[in-house]
Design a protein around this ligand. Structure first.
Ligand SMILES: C[S@@+](CC[C@H](N)C(=O)[O-])C[C@H]1O[C@@H](n2cnc3c(N)ncnc32)[C@H](O)[C@@H]1O
Length: 229
């Protein structure tokens, strides 16, 4: 989803914002990377989280049945493969959450984050902003992105940039966000290999000007996909 390059992420602090029931944090932690997951879902104990996430998984499964034509098969071969992947991911998340909730998994509700300025080199956000522009208004988008930029040192990446009801087209908020933030940041739409929803093959990268590379060392986080990210 984010064209991540593992080599460039060593010594970096990463925030996965609205990380949900996904296993990216677990995989990265196992490999020795410093990743924090934030989501308004977190906070309840593991048993309650397990009930919520297994219920959400069943809802997702039902929602996709009979809608296979809305999907660009390729990254996943078919619905079964996609659902197997999602099931594995939420179960891995749950096992990791049990071990480290309130530590690696932090309850946070956008558009506010309780982290100090410049806490993370890279902030990632997937499957919330732009995608759900039918229920999250423009102010929420702008405030959330500004907040993610506040807690980031270098860069914020958002995937996907289509609207859920847009038949694969960019969210109408994308252009406004680019115009609004353009004077102060480097904004760039980049192709990614991951694609599930039709048209969802791009991310928005928002880089800070005058970035300080001393902490992380390398010039870019780009390159190889890792664990679905
Ligand atoms: C569709 S899931 C995406 C999860 C994960 N990022 C992924 O790509 O698989 C959306 C997530 O956003 C979280 N969320 C929704 N509104 C939020 C908000 N205002 N602040 C933080 N998280 C939010 C939900 O709890 C849910 O876990």
């Amino acid at each position: 989803m984010f064209n991540l390059n593992l080599n460039s992420l060593k010594n970096c602090r990463i925030l996965d914002c609205n990380a949900g029931a996904s296993s990216f944090t677990m995989h990265m932690h196992q490999k020795g990377y410093d990743v924090t997951a934030a989501d308004m879902l977190y906070g309840p104990g593991p048993d309650d989280i397990e009930k919520i996430t297994s219920h959400d998984f069943k809802t997702l499964m039902d929602a996709h049945k009979g809608r296979e034509d809305k999907v660009e098969w390729g990254f996943f071969k078919n619905l079964t493969e996609m659902m197997d992947y999602r099931e594995k991911s939420y179960k891995e998340f749950y096992q990791d959450y049990k071990k480290s909730f309130n530590h690696r998994y932090v309850q946070e509700k956008l558009p506010d984050l309780n982290f100090p300025d410049k806490s993370f080199h890279l902030v990632l956000s997937s499957h919330l902003l732009f995608l759900y522009d039918d229920r999250l208004d423009y102010e929420f988008h702008l405030d959330s992105i500004r907040e993610m930029l506040r807690v980031s040192i270098d860069e914020v990446r958002i995937y996907p940039i289509i609207s859920i009801n847009g038949k694969g087209k960019h969210s109408s908020y994308l252009k406004r966000i680019i115009e609004e933030l353009g004077p102060d940041y480097y904004l760039d739409i980049q192709p990614v290999k991951y694609q599930f929803r039709r048209g969802a093959d791009e991310m928005l990268s928002i880089k800070k000007m005058n970035r300080n590379r001393d902490n992380c060392g390398l010039l870019t986080y780009d390159a190889v996909e890792v664990e679905g990210k």
